[in-house]
Design a binder for this molecule. Structure first.
Ligand code: ATP
Ligand code: MG
Length: 353
């Protein structure tokens, strides 16, 4: 397997190396050979190579099976006119259409709810997002100074691709999929998304399929999140609901993610680059480590490579053991541990499983 290491910005330089260290330890135990490649991106690349996405980066990534992308501190970028945010570019170029975000409670951590174990699959490349190249390079435009029109793109192909990814995931879990939309109001856009979900439901009779209107779903998610297994939704609904869901189980440091496409996957924690705590060694590496775990699991299925699947399983177990034992927890989880200390505790826990 060829896996790229893209640290990103700020705490990215602390949490990505921990994810790599944990993945290396797991791979060594399961006999998975990984060829690692360091690829500069973000502020560090801007300083050393003159661009946040240096020439040749896309080609280098194309030759890999997947990569880890640390958070990009894009809030600072508008101040640097020549800086581009590499994230949307990568998402589009590699058609990373499914953004898979698991949400799981841990008995040892303060959570609003216990017994939560769900995954939100968010469509990643369509919808309202203004980087969509629809009208004059933007999904929004202003025909007169006092009127703004936002364009939302939903395609049959984009909807069915993300729905299929969600059905496949549901099949590997508790076999329950909920499609979230608002076709009562957005009859054409959400209507098309829902039609594709329903069409695929017929292909997956072993998966219990239901639907929820997004506002009702937002309420049920805070009241009874335990009732959900896999949830599939469009881009902006997914953006909002995944942060809401992360809040149920201990906050942003716990929000892992994988952006998956036809040939590549990108492990990316849901949180930002947290400049307020960068350089202090206290960032919670959980989300980044679990994103790396998801990448190994995805690679195991895509390449039918049992050693990758086993490595993913090993990391999942070790992380759960560390959390349940409240060992080496970082301050955001109420502990006094460090980023590297948590990585080391997870590696040690692998010898116990
Ligand atoms: P972005 O616009 O890039 O999503 P944001 O404004 O949502 O950024 P984050 O960088 O995600 O902000 O940080 C929000 C808060 O959560 C900050 O106080 C930050 O320190 C905290 N935070 C984010 N990630 C972590 C982490 N891995 N460990 C600990 N705290 C974190
Ligand atoms: Mg954010």
């Amino acid at each position: 397997m060829k896996i790229g290491i893209l640290n990103g910005d700020d705490i990215g330089h602390e949490i990505v190396p921990e994810a790599v260290r944990v993945m290396q330890a797991a791979a060594a135990r399961t006999g998975l050979a990984i060829e690692w490649q360091d690829i500069p991106i973000g502020r560090a690349a801007l300083d050393s190579l003159g661009s946040t996405l240096p020439d040749g980066t896309i080609e280098r990534l194309d030759a890999l099976d997947g990569w880890l992308l640390g958070p990009i501190g894009h809030m600072a970028y508008p101040k640097i006119p020549e800086a581009i945010n590499p994230h949307p570019l990568l998402r589009k170029h590699f058609d990373l259409f499914a953004n898979i975000r698991p949400v799981k409670s841990h008995a040892a951590l303060p959570c609003l709810h216990q017994g939560v174990d769900l995954v939100i699959v968010r469509e990643n490349n369509e919808g309202f997002q203004p980087d969509r190249n629809v009208v004059a390079g933007s999904g929004e435009f202003r025909p007169t100074p006092d009127v703004t029109i936002s364009v939302r793109v939903i395609t049959r192909n984009g909807s069915s691709k993300v729905a299929r990814a969600a059905f496949e995931l549901a099949r590997a879990r508790r076999r329950h999929l909920t499609a979230v939309h608002k076709d009562t109001v957005f009859k054409l856009g959400c209507g098309m998304f829902a039609e594709e979900c329903r069409r695929l439901a017929a292909e997956y009779p072993d998966v219990t399929y239901d639907e929820a209107i997004v506002d009702t779903f937002a309420m049920r998610l805070v009241m009874t999140p335990q009732r959900y297994d896999v949830v599939v939704t469009t881009n902006m609904f997914g953006d909002i609901l995944t942060d809401e869901a992360a809040g149920l189980v201990g906050g942003l440091g716990m929000a892992a993610g994988l952006c998956a496409g036809p040939r590549h996957a990108m492990a990316q924690a849901t949180h930002g680059s947290a400049p307020d705590i960068a350089g202090r060694g206290i960032a919670n590496p959980y989300a980044m480590i679990m994103s790396g775990q998801m990448l190994l699991d995805w690679l195991g299925r895509r390449h039918a490579e049992p050693a990758a699947t086993a490595a993913a399983h090993l990391i999942e177990q070790a992380v759960a053991n560390v959390i349940e034992g409240r060992r080496a927890l970082t301050p955001d989880l109420g502990g006094q541990g460090t980023t590297a200390g948590m990585g080391s505790a997870i590696i040690e826990a692998m010898t116990e499983s």
